[in-house]
Design a protein around this ligand. Sequence first.
Ligand code: ATP
Ligand code: MG
Length: 609
Amino acid sequence: MQKVGFFRSIHVKFVLIYVMLILIAMEIIGLYFARELEQTLKTNFMTSIDDRMSLVELSVREEMIKKRTADDPMTLEESLQAVLSGFRSEDINEVRVINAGNIILATSALNNISMVGQRSADDIVRRSNALKAPYEIIHLDEKTRDRVLVRTMPIGVVGDEVKGILYLEANIEKVFRQIDEVNRILAGGVAVSLSITIILGILIAQTMTRPISDMRRQAQAMAKGNFSRKVRVYGNDEMGQLAIAFNHLTNQLQESQSSTESERRKLASVLENMTDGVIATDRKGRVSLINDSALLMLRLTRDLVLNRPISSILGLEQEYTFEDLIQVKESIALDFSREDEPYILRANFSVTQRETGFVNGLIVVLHDNTEQEKIDMERREFVSNVSHELRTPLTTMRSYLEALADGAWKNEEIAPSFLHVTQTETERMIRLVNDLLKLSRMDSRDYDLNKEWVEFNYFFNSIIERFEFSKSQEVQFIRLLSSSELFVEIDTDKMTQVLDNIISNALKYSPDGGDIRFGITMSEDFIKVMISDDGMGIPQANVKRIFDRFYRADRARSRAMGGTGLGLAIAREMIMAHGGDIWAESEEGKGTTIFFTLPFELQEDGEWG
Ligand code: ATP
Ligand code: MG
């Protein structure tokens, strides 16, 4: 935050205003007072001068009016001089009598006696004489540097006749000095009161600005997220109330901030722990938020995604603009599948809007739909497989039955073979349906394993013997069985089916003969069974798929051999139900080995007697 400049601070402003107000008030009062005082002092001075001048004028007029004869002891000038000589006054410097012809007749100042009989050069005298009116001026005495009041006053007006004028010089400096003195005292008073005002102003301003700057510091601290600071409350005035309100505001802010923070954390943890992916955009469709699940699903990093357009992130830039996505009501499937790996996401869109309808952004929820899609695909494939498997024998049977109905039944040579075909096809269909039933029962876990303890070497060998007796090919059976007794708990019927299918496969897919090896190895907690042939083998890429339902490496051939492709699928389910595992190793043209394991517990010797 900016610092407040010195002259802009309330502190200084307040003191300045305060001082200015006092100064103006003092100035007005002082001026008025000084003027009044000056007026009064001057008036008093003038009145006292006037009084005395009137007295002098009376005596002078008498002398001037008096009729004189030649034997009078004193001339007019001598008697006037006598009148003025008797006049003594502290503030009046000199009084002169001047006749109408501007000739000085007498003066009270003895050092100026030489001027008697001379013509007065003073301007004021001539003017007063000429106009027969009193005059007054104040001038500066050159010698003493004192201000001197000069007054003239016409004397002896009988009718209109003016005998002369009375001229007076009075020292008025004392009056001015008095005024100056008072002004000085006034100025001193103003200075003292101003100093007191400044000090008081500073103190008062401080009491006002201190809480304000305290609040300012608090606001700065709050902006930095520090809510622990409190404003000091100095009193219960408006400032104090403001400080209390400010502290209250701080508390409220802190509370709401912490609740927003905890909400934010909650939301963040919800977003992060969601298995669904969530992406939020701004109003221009650029990604502003994305959770880890979404990044994982899209196989992208956060840096690559943030601020990029949502449609390109979802790989939809060809089909949809951001405006289109806002309008989308249903979910969109995003197909990121690779050749051998299906990967399908489902995206649901919802628009965040203000009350006014203004679009704030888009929220996209991603859901991994691959499993669902896989299941759907498998189901479709399964239905098509089943219908296909059933249609082939049915169409064969129809054509044979049509031929029979068309009269072939009468032909004793063809009829039995035709009937034989329909019979094998029917058996094939029954086998297929039975296999499907078996699988469906295993899928719904609607079966019981009738487990019993058997010695596996013996059990295995009995099955191998059965095949050995009935075999029609040139194959060698090689037994690599265990020398010790291996007791396992199995459902012998189901295990027989498993081994039947594996061994019959080995025979079926080794048309050119060769060896078939049967092995059992034992480890601590399971036994491993192996059936290996020297047959045609399976292409490397398809080895895993032979356990899938209806999978046949070579469709035409295995159908010709009567296979439906369900044998190993059933075997796998059964082995799984026993808690074991099954897999195959194969090399095309060289042979195939099927392995499976069964749980086994190593028993102490002698326990079995
Ligand atoms: P079914 O067993 O239902 O009569 P099937 O034998 O064709 O029919 P599975 O036993 O499930 O079906 O075998 C699936 C496919 O795996 C076979 O069609 C075959 O292509 C291949 N296969 C299985 N065992 C062998 C083997 N020992 N050698 C070569 N290919 C095999
Ligand atoms: Mg088979």
